[in-house]
Design a protein around this ligand. Structure first.
Ligand SMILES: C[S@@+](CC[C@H](N)C(=O)[O-])C[C@H]1O[C@@H](n2cnc3c(N)ncnc32)[C@H](O)[C@@H]1O
Length: 172
């Protein structure tokens, strides 16, 4: 009986861990990193400078926020729900000595205001982008740029498109 309870407890822990890790796929896109070459193209496309405050919605391993700060001088904030990516991205930020310029918030990005952003980057999905578009429309200041990788923001007209690399730039 004790052995059975022990096995049951282990199973419950494993199930809880899997749900914990897979949660990002429920509230948005699962982790799939943007290739670094594309990250650079996105940041160049949006003309990121040291005057910018950049938010990456679903920041994964932190590659966008780290490059935005390191190569373009922007203040960068990532919002990430997956605890493993969050841990990894914080580790990379420390490794690059960027703790003054880059931070990651563990949260569902729908629950965090991005009203101070001058640039928002995202790599999510068609369906969730509709919800994101409404959030951005209500929070961003006029002139803010939104760069989406692979998926458009329906009903918004991109101010520029890089078809070859699937990068869409919008100006609010
Ligand atoms: C396709 S990956 C992109 C990661 C990173 N932005 C990049 O381009 O390499 C999507 C990320 O969004 C995260 N995510 C999905 N829904 C989210 C939500 N509602 N709030 C915070 N993070 C979310 C996932 O955990 C995943 O790391």
């Amino acid at each position: 009986m004790e052995q059975l309870l022990f096995i049951l407890a282990i199973e419950l822990v494993v199930i809880a861990f899997v749900v914990w890790i897979a949660w990002s796929g429920v509230v948005g896109a699962p982790w799939l990193p943007t290739p670094k070459k594309r990250v650079r193209s996105m940041l160049e496309f949006a003309k990121v400078t040291s005057d910018d405050i950049l938010y990456d919605l679903g920041s994964g391993d932190g590659r966008i926020i780290i490059m935005a700060a390191k190569e373009f001088g922007a203040q960068s904030i990532g919002i990430e729900v997956d605890p493993l990516r969050l841990w990894w991205s914080r580790r990379s930020i420390r490794r690059h000595n960027l703790s003054q310029k880059v931070e990651v918030i563990r949260a569902n990005f729908f629950k965090v205001s991005v009203e101070d952003a001058t640039i928002v980057t995202l790599y999510q999905g068609y369906k969730i982008n509709k919800k994101i578009r409404d959030k951005l429309a209500s929070e961003l200041k006029p002139g803010a740029r939104v760069v989406s990788y692979r998926f458009i923001l329906e009903e918004w007209t991109p101010s520029e498109t890089n078809e070859e690399e699937s990068i869409y730039l919008y100006i609010v």
